[in-house]
Ligand binder design. Structure first.
Ligand code: HEM
Length: 202
């Protein structure tokens, strides 16, 4: 298992598989073209989330639960980020079909938050090499940290909108995934606060 997780190709293959599986499921389950396109957009976002969470939490997991598996996740954190970028590119394809063909009429203002998230995502993917890390120096961790938190924010706002929306089915989904995202943030921030307390008291 650890060997498999430690392969550079594993996150990319999982990202590709997760996105294509979500599209295939949407196409099979949807009753008509509009429903199929909607489900493909919804499910591609949902299957990309686990890959995002691995990239978001790899450092935290390795610090809190050091071991072969968590170290492998940390070593391949960039690839998990790229796997998420691949899966979310499939969301971009699915949502573009929605926005352009089946549910047009969105204002440009409504596209800003998600559009900026995609700009961040591709900036992070393009600068994920050692060369760019050296070139950007102290700006590299800043860019990648900010990008991760911004993507977390867009995911959380999307699910919060569903959790407090009118559709009961979407409300359950919003509550479950919103809770997972809040728990992930708490897990990521908690050791820092603890370290800060140790630093202050110790
Ligand atoms: C301008 C860019 C974007 C547009 C136009 C867009 C559009 C869509 C559409 C049409 C759906 C399906 C809605 C439904 O049928 O309920 C959807 C779902 C979703 N999108 Fe996007 N999206 C964008 C970017 C993003 C980004 C960057 C993220 C995350 C970082 C994201 C996260 C989500 C989530 C969490 C869902 C709901 C998935 C679920 O129901 O489990 N979207 N989006």
């Amino acid at each position: 298992m650890t060997d498999w997780l430690d392969r550079r190709s594993t996150p990319l293959l999982l990202g590709l598989f997760a996105g294509l599986l979500a599209v295939a499921a949407g196409l099979l389950v949807g009753g008509d073209d509009t429903a199929r396109a909607g489900l493909a957009a919804r499910w591609t976002a949902r299957t990309a989330l686990p890959l995002f969470l691995v990239a978001f939490l790899a450092g935290t997991l390795a610090r809190r639960w050091p071991g072969g598996t968590t170290r492998a996740l940390l070593r391949r954190r960039r690839q998990w980020g790229l796997g998420f970028a691949l899966a979310h590119t499939i969301h971009l394809a699915a949502l573009s079909i929605n926005v352009l063909v089946y549910a047009p009429g969105r204002t440009w203002q409504s596209l800003i938050g998600g559009g900026l998230a995609y700009a961040m995502l591709y900036l992070m993917a393009l600068t994920s090499t050692d060369g760019w890390q050296r070139r950007l120096g102290k700006w590299w961790p800043r860019l990648h940290r900010f990008g991760l938190y911004y993507l977390w924010f867009v995911f959380t706002v999307s699910y919060a909108g569903r959790a407090f929306g009118d559709d009961p089915g979407k409300r359950v989904v919003g509550l479950i995934f919103g809770t997972i995202l809040i728990a992930a943030l708490a897990l990521r921030l908690w050791p820092r606060r603890r370290q800060a307390v140790v630093a202050i008291t110790g």
